[in-house]
Design a protein around this ligand. Structure first.
Ligand code: DGL
Length: 270
């Protein structure tokens, strides 16, 4: 039993898709969410730089917020830093890539699957390796979608411009005849309406959020880290911190996540 909060982070608003799943599955747990909106997007940055960002945020979550676990709610940071963070810290560190792959493989019927993600994630080969490691007999087609994250961060989750971009960027996975498509960036579920329109009704869109939340729940149970106080009350406390414009984080975050965001703390990197 452990009353410390769960820490989680993303480059910005994307990890809120994972936060939603965590809050719904584990309503008693306290949560600290760090959105690195002052330094987004991570996708175009070199993996070494993203790894350093992930290290800084993880240290901040542990030192300042005393978290009992860290959820890397960002595919790009998971691809760049998960191994390093697990090596460097003795609290559990959970990423989104393996949970996403599990959900993807459970969804396919024709054994042709797709992953769309940022340039950094696709280029890292993390999904290609994770799918291969399962030894599942599937054909995987990946496609990078530069620009999607920026649309979400501006709050433009629908409309002609994002639709035109999606038509072009997801063409490789559409042409590969996949029947299940993993949204391999935690921002992309906010664009599911547009991506679903472009892919067509026969393709199942898969997000890593729920599967990641299930993994967090079983790790908490297996390692004796479940929260003790307030059990069964569903009154976990949710804290949000942004390295960018906190008013914007509050406004757009509230729209994307819901009423849990009522106050947002600020953190400025030196
Ligand atoms: N949500 C992050 C991810 O899952 C987006 C990375 C970015 O900022 O480009 O990869």
């Amino acid at each position: 039993m452990d009353d410390r909060p769960i820490g989680m982070f993303d480059s910005g608003f994307g990890g809120l898709t994972v936060a939603r799943a965590l809050i719904d599955l584990l309503p008693d747990e306290d949560l600290v969410y760090f959105g690195d909106t002052g330094r987004y997007p991570y996708g175009p940055r070199p993996l070494d730089e993203v790894r350093e960002f992930a290290r800084q945020i993880t240290r901040l979550l542990i030192d300042r917020h005393n978290v009992k676990m860290v959820v890397v709610a960002c595919n790009n940071a998971s691809a760049a830093a998960l191994d390093a963070l697990r090596f460097e810290h003795d609290i559990p560190v959970v990423g989104v890539i393996d949970p996403g792959v599990r959900a993807l493989l459970a969804a396919t019927r024709n054994h042709r699957v797709g992953v769309i993600a940022t340039v950094g994630t696709v280029g890292s080969g993390a999904y290609q390796r994770a799918v291969r490691a399962t030894r599942a007999p599937v054909h995987l087609q990946c496609a990078a979608c530069p620009g999607f994250v920026e649309f979400v961060e501006r709050g433009e989750t629908r409309g002609e411009d994002v639709h035109v971009l999606a038509e072009r960027l997801v063409a490789p996975v559409r042409e590969a005849d996949v029947d299940a498509l993993l949204l391999g960036c935690t921002h992309y579920p906010f664009l599911a309406h547009t991506i679903g329109d472009v892919m067509g009704r026969d393709v199942v869109l898969v997000s890593s959020a729920d599967e990641t939340a299930f993994e967090v729940r079983s790790i908490l149970a297996d390692t004796g880290l479940v929260r003790r106080s307030g059990r069964g009350t569903g009154k976990g406390k949710h804290t949000f911190v942004s390295s960018g414009d906190v008013e914007w984080f509050k406004r757009l975050g509230g729209r994307l996540l819901g009423p849990e965001i009522d106050d947002v703390g600020s953190h400025q990197w030196d």
